[in-house]
Every structure is written in structure tokens, then in C-alpha cells.
Design a protein around this ligand. Structure first.
Ligand code: BTN
Length: 269
């Protein structure tokens, strides 16, 4: 199928296809954005489940209209088992029909964190943090179908040190926690469990994930500022995945992922 050898596409396909018939794994050398590509395909009626990996994105997108930087392929790293890109960028697309979509992005973050390392924390709603620095981001989009929706889950994970110029807090990278790990190995760890987690969410909703989020919650007990200016103490998430913030006016439930949450004392995490 022309997939570069350092990507374990076949192993992932074998681990997943029984649960997800018609599933395929595709690896591209370069594309604007794996999320944009799967959204274009969905709008054109291509609704099959697919894992789309890009070795490089030229217009990677983050949450709230931000850009997502994807480093170039490091040719020296190809010598290592599954070597290659300096970051792992992929999107998973599949039709999904949960009764309630609340908390899906948190469930995705929990699954990815669990697959990678016990010390990874989650910054609500779904950033992966290590030692108060961002290691990975998740961008979830959906396209409406007749009766259900096509879900696109985009994930970007720093593998080697990303550029930190202009950032107040330099990002984290996976090789800090798992020395020598390559992008393909990281993909192999996260892909099949992620698909199982999304199918479990479709069946049972967020409630079974609540405790696992709170165990990894990076903000718990810390002062936070919401983008509307409100401040308070973060108190975990409720059974829908809403962030509980104790404010002077009482407990507020923050459910919109458009609200950005800033810890007041990130250096203490
Ligand atoms: C964020 O933290 O703002 C979310 C970042 C999501 C980046 C990933 S990389 C693969 C997929 N394609 C994109 O254009 N974005 C997501």
C-alpha cells in the first residue's frame, strides 16, 4: 500500500478491523491538515472509518482557530525502529451516534494519556500536560450526516523538542518521558485503545471516564481564570465532563470548550 516502513499501519489495522469493519490506515508524506482532509472527505460523502497519519502538515490547526506547528521529518531518525517525524500528527474519522456528546473530548484525552504514560496529566478540556507543559493537543470536529454525525478526532503529539520561541512556557515532548520513542511507536500505543475508548463512549457516555479524568486532572485545587474573566478554584469534572469551578459566587459548571482556562500558578503543577 506504499506506507513507509516506519509506520506500523498493518499492526494497527489488524488490532482494529474486527471492531470497526471497513477500517483503513493511511499514511501521507504531507498534507495541509489531517483534520481538514477528513472533513473534506466527509462533506463529499466519504464516511468510512479511517486513521489518517501525516508525516508533515503544512497548515495544522489547533483549537479556537490557532495554528498547530508540525515539525519536518528528521531523516536521521529513520534509522531507529519506526523512526521519522519530530511530531505525531493524525486524525481518526468514523461515524458516531452517542446519545450525548458531552465529555467526548475528555474521554479522548484520557485514552491517549493512559496509552502513553502514568505521569501524564490532563488540562481541561483535553490538553495533555507533563510537568505543567503541553505535550499534546486534541482537535475534535464533526460533520452532520442524515441521522448521525461523522466524527474527526485530530491529535498532535510532540515527539522531539518543538520550537519554543515566543511561548511563555516551552512545550514538553514525548521522548522526555519515553526516551527514544519514535512517532510510529507512539501511534501504535495510542491508536487501537483510542478507537475502543470512542466506541465505549458511544455506548455508555462520559460517566465511566469521570474518575479517570479526575485522577489525572492537572488543575484540581488550583486557582484558574476563565476567558470571561471569572476566577476560582478548579474542583474536577462532573459526570458530563463539565469543569467545576468554585467562585466567589458559588460553584460554576463550565461546559463550553470555547472557554479557555488558565491556571494561576502553573509552576506549582
Ligand atoms: C490544540 O491543542 O489546539 C489542538 C491541536 C490538534 C492538532 C492535531 S495534529 C493532527 C490534526 N490535524 C490538525 O490540523 N490538527 C490536529
Amino acid at each position: 500500500m506504499g506506507t513507509p516502513l516506519h509506520w506500523p499501519a498493518e499492526a494497527i489495522w489488524e488490532a482494529v478491523v474486527a471492531d470497526l469493519p471497513d477500517f483503513s490506515v493511511e499514511v501521507l508524506a504531507q498534507i495541509d491538515s489531517t483534520n481538514s482532509e477528513l472533513m473534506r472527505r466527509a462533506r463529499a460523502g466519504r464516511l468510512e472509518p479511517v486513521l489518517l497519519v501525516a508525516e508533515q502538515q503544512t497548515a495544522g490547526r489547533g483549537r479556537m482557530g490557532r495554528q498547530w506547528f508540525s515539525g519536518p521529518v528528521d531523516s536521521a531518525a529513520h534509522a531507529a525502529p519506526y523512526g521519522g517525524p519530530t511530531s505525531l500528527t493524525f486524525s481518526l474519522g468514523l461515524p458516531l451516534a452517542p446519545q450525548d456528546w458531552s465529555g467526548l473530548s475528555l474521554a479522548v484525552g484520557i485514552s491517549v494519556a493512559q496509552s502513553l504514560h502514568p505521569d501524564l496529566r490532563l488540562k481541561w478540556p483535553n490538553d495533555l500536560w507533563w510537568q505543567a507543559r503541553k505535550l499534546a493537543g486534541i482537535l475534535i470536529e464533526t460533520a452532520s450526516l442524515n441521522t448521525s454525525r461523522y466524527l474527526v478526532v485530530g491529535i498532535g503529539i510532540n515527539i522531539t523538542p518543538p520550537p519554543a520561541a515566543g511561548l511563555a512556557t516551552p512545550p514538553a515532548w514525548l521522548q522526555e518521558l519515553l526516551p527514544g520513542i519514535a512517532a510510529g511507536q507512539a501511534l501504535q500505543r495510542v491508536a487501537a485503545p483510542l478507537i475502543r475508548a470512542i466506541k465505549a463512549f458511544e455506548q455508555d457516555g462520559f460517566l465511566p471516564f469521570q474518575t479517570r479524568f479526575n485522577e489525572r486532572d492537572a488543575l484540581s485545587g488550583l486557582g484558574v481564570t476563565l476567558s470571561d474573566g471569572t476566577s476560582g478554584i478548579a474542583r474536577g469534572v462532573d459526570s458530563d465532563g463539565a469543569l467545576r469551578v468554585q467562585t466567589a459566587q458559588g460553584l460554576q459548571l463550565i461546559s463550553s470548550s470555547e472557554v479557555s482556562v488558565r491556571p494561576l500558578t502553573p509552576q506549582l503543577l
